[in-house]
Design a binder for this molecule. Structure first.
Ligand code: NAP
Length: 283
């Protein structure tokens, strides 16, 4: 039976450390989350982020807009938050309604307040091997989780399923920067299972149930990023957990794996941005 990569336990440990660190702060970091529309999943994610921030004493403000807000109004709000010295971190909850150009909104965030690491400046630095202000939350959380369990990716073949700007692409680059040999798969990839079988570490971020035990080699490491509701309303990941956990050496569960690590990374990033803006050393 595979060892479970316990994201909840590690999240709690990281947040405890952060809480202790923040105990010495005279001013608390401030995170502003912009939420557009009433997508129920987005509302749950934003509430979780707010609750976690509040437990740490991080000031957290959610700015809610109706679905029909214009791109110009949203850009004006971001410009205002960029100028507001009391705001350290800005997060725009995705997805946005179709009439708003997502990239225009992301591009408008001041890179030093870009808590997701999605702006062209931060993403570009990541690509060139320089240090961005902060690393994207989900990839960062996955790498912290692997590190906690002593899983070194250097020289290993890591197969990433998914190439989105928020997970697959930045994660692949971060893995390359750690000297992994990386293969990125997507919906046009032919013979997916022939590729996944060659993985030492298999990371799936497709958002659908696609990974079965016959698609991996024995004793590999399996990270499940996917989160979706099945036909019975139950939260599921990309990986067929019961069979895969009998073959893999390590597996991250859904829920309780990558999700909590993403939230922990968001909190770490908020404090890192605060420290950079206030020139404090990050210990
Ligand atoms: P996304 O933008 O929809 O990207 C999905 C990726 O999977 C795309 O690159 C797509 O290929 C690829 N794909 C889809 N079907 C495939 C198939 N049959 N074979 C191979 N590749 C396939 O999604 P995302 O934002 O990256 O998120 C992915 C999943 O992770 C979702 O379930 C999301 O909810 C979850 N997620 C979880 C966390 C967390 O904290 N746990 C954070 C972020 C996202 P194409 O590019 O060719 O379309």
């Amino acid at each position: 039976m595979a060892i479970i990569l316990d994201g909840k336990k590690l999240r709690d440990k990281l947040l405890e450390g952060l809480k202790n660190k923040l105990a010495s702060y005279k001013i608390m970091p401030k995170l502003v989350v912009i939420l557009v529309g009433d997508n129920p999943a987005s509302q749950i994610y934003v509430n979780n982020k707010k609750k976690t921030a509040e437990k740490l004493g991080i000031e957290s403000v959610v700015v809610n807009y109706p679905d029909n807000i214009s791109e110009a109004e949203l850009l004006a709000k971001i410009a205002e938050l960029n100028e507001d010295a009391s705001v350290n971190a800005i997060l725009v909850q995705l997805p946005l309604p179709a009439h708003i150009n997502k990239q225009n909104i992301i591009n408008a965030i001041d890179p030093i307040k870009d808590v997701d690491g999605f702006t062209p400046q931060n993403f570009g630095k990541l690509l060139s091997g320089e240090k961005p202000y902060v690393y994207p939350c989900t990839p960062k959380g996955i790498l912290i989780l692997l590190d906690e369990y002593g899983i070194d990716v250097a020289g290993k073949h890591v197969v990433v399923v998914g190439r989105s700007n928020i997970v697959g692409k930045p994660l692949s680059v971060m893995l390359l920067n750690l000297n992994a040999t990386v293969t990125v798969c997507h919906s046009h990839t032919e013979n997916l299972s022939e590729i996944t079988k060659t993985a030492d570490v298999l990371i799936s971020a497709a958002g659908k149930k696609i990974i079965e035990d016959c698609m991996l080699s024995k004793d590999s490491v399996v990270i499940d990023v996917g989160i979706f509701k099945d036909e019975f309303g139950k939260t599921r990941g990309d990986v067929e957990f019961d069979s895969v956990s009998k073959k893999a050496a390590y597996i991250s569960p859904v829920p309780g794996g990558v999700g909590p690590m993403t939230i922990a990374s968001l909190m770490l990033n908020t404090v890192e941005l605060f420290d950079i803006q206030n020139k404090r050393s990050c210990d």
